[in-house]
Design a protein around this ligand. Structure first.
Ligand code: HEM
Length: 451
């Protein structure tokens, strides 16, 4: 019997003979990835410089890529650039090494386990909100990043205080921007060439390293500080030969958790606010839900399940502004995906951002409508028609963590303060770096205290 998928004869936009579709991609990756779906449907064939790639939109093909044939692929080759700073941790490593670490850290991310973090998450939000005053103008995006960073630092590594955040987030800002820029270039300037940009990049990489190694050193000197937390589990772990992780390996795992764990959630939350602050009816429905379910109490792991509208607001924000706006895999051997022959070394991309705009599953796709997630939408549409957390064995390990955290942060800010965009706030544009963030941030005025 012929596969359903044989209907696809992959096609794609004509590009220039030299760089293929690279210019269109670099000019506006979000538009490029979205147009491909509109113009070519389930799969598109593109060329970025010398590299032919497929971009998948079809759920069946994605299932093969991410689940049934995932062992034939590794994380996207283009992410090699990111390895300069994230190293070879759980998000980038391959084969047995990846499996071992993923198995090791998995128990810290189960639905049951993350419930134990809820109280710490709420304490952190409360501490941060204690610094807010009515009438103040604030950068909501910075405040939210501070919160999500502090949550990872505390829940996974038992670290408290602003100094870690500063030491890691500041160099990371430079790295994020430069890494995204280099990933978009066909031939980035080798790092040993002493340009001002390269120097700034290398300095930031060194600062980041210093900060993470200092955390490790401190913990090894005082192992009692975070007994049972993720860091202690990583430090104590032994492989089948009884060998523990080297400092370099530990640094890589820590780094990936800090980066993967705080920026994506911060972006998703900021986007959620960007919609709420422009749609008073959404804000109103949130207040009604919080009043009804919580009656002034804090959100907890127990009442999280009842905060369904709040969850839907977050799902909808991640639909329209998927923080991981694209990712992909590279084949380690020749392999077939449906009708596609993927050659060893060839890359296959997918874009949650673009996939989420398919009108077949999301009518009026540009409208922000949290209600569309009601009545189990996710059970009624194909598995990979909505995929902010990716999927399969390399999907996001922090999905439950992130959802609980985002509901707690959103709810506690709204319970405590009315916030508004600053008068004359410019439109909030998208900036696709390593993740999709609001360009120039979101500036707010703390209007008044609630309750
Ligand atoms: C809104 C928040 C988040 C979003 C949208 C998100 C999204 C994603 C996506 C799409 C992937 C898969 C990438 C791929 O297939 O190439 C991923 C992987 C990953 N995420 Fe998240 N993530 C979020 C929060 C978190 C949090 C809070 C943590 C940790 C505390 C985390 C840790 C990771 C790790 C370690 C991986 C790599 C997993 C592996 O390769 O085995 N993420 N994330």
């Amino acid at each position: 019997m012929k596969s359903q998928l044989e209907k696809y004869t992959p096609q794609g936009p004509k590009g220039s003979w030299l760089s293929g579709n690279l210019m269109a991609y670099r000019k506006d990756p979000l538009q490029f990835l979205t147009d491909l779906q509109r113009d070519y449907g389930g799969v598109a064939k593109i060329r970025l410089g010398p590299q032919q790639m497929y971009v998948l939109y079809d759920s069946e093909l994605l299932k093969e890529l991410l689940i049934t044939k995932q062992e034939h692929f590794v994380k996207l080759k283009a992410f090699q650039e990111a390895r300069l700073f994230v190293g070879d941790g759980v998000a980038t490593s391959t084969g047995e090494k990846h499996k071992r670490v993923r198995r090791l850290i998995q128990p810290h991310f189960t639905r049951a386990h993350i419930q134990t973090y809820a109280g710490q998450m709420a304490d952190i939000v409360e501490g941060e909100l204690n610094r807010w005053e009515t009438g103040q103008r604030r950068s909501l995006t910075d405040d939210i990043s501070n919160i999500t960073f502090a949550i990872i630092a505390k829940t996974l590594f038992s670290l408290e205080g602003d100094e870690y955040a500063r030491a890691i987030r500041e160099p990371y800002e430079t790295i994020n921007r430069m890494c995204a820029e280099r990933m978009r270039q066909l031939a980035a300037m080798p790092l040993f060439v002493p340009t001002a940009k390269n120097r700034a990049y290398k300095d930031s990489l060194q600062s980041l390293d210093r900060a993470v190694y200092a955390i490790l050193k401190e913990r090894k000197l005082n192992p009692a500080i975070g007994e049972g937390d993720l860091l202690s589990v990583l430090i104590a772990a032994k492989d089948e030969n009884g060998r523990g992780m080297t400092d370099q390996e530990l640094r890589d795992e820590l780094m990936i958790m800090f980066i993967a764990g705080h920026e994506t959630s911060a972006n998703a939350l900021s986007w959620a606010f960007s919609f709420i602050l422009r749609q008073p009816e959404v804000e109103q429905k949130l207040y009604e839900e919080w009043d009804r379910v919580l009656q002034g109490a804090r959100p907890t792991a127990e009442n999280y399940m009842q905060l369904t509208y709040t969850q839907n607001v977050i799902w909808e924000a991640m639909r329209l502004r998927a923080p991981t706006f694209f990712t992909g895999r590279s084949a380690i051997r020749d392999v077939e995906l449906g009708p596609l022959r993927v050659k060893k070394g060839q890359s296959v991309l997918f874009s949650p951002f673009a996939i989420h705009q398919n009108p077949a599953y999301f009518p009026d796709p540009q409208a922000f409508l949290p209600e569309r997630f009601e009545n189990d939408l996710l059970k009624r549409i194909p598995q990979f028609a909505y995929m902010p957390f990716g999927g399969g064995p390399r999907g996001c390990i922090g999905n439950h963590f992130a959802m609980l955290e985002m509901v707690i942060v959103l709810t506690m800010i709204g319970q405590r303060y009315r916030i508004r965009l600053t008068p004359g706030h410019p439109p909030i544009e998208m900036e696709p770096l390593l993740t999709l963030r609001p360009k120039n941030g979101i500036e707010i005025v703390v209007d008044r205290a609630n309750g």
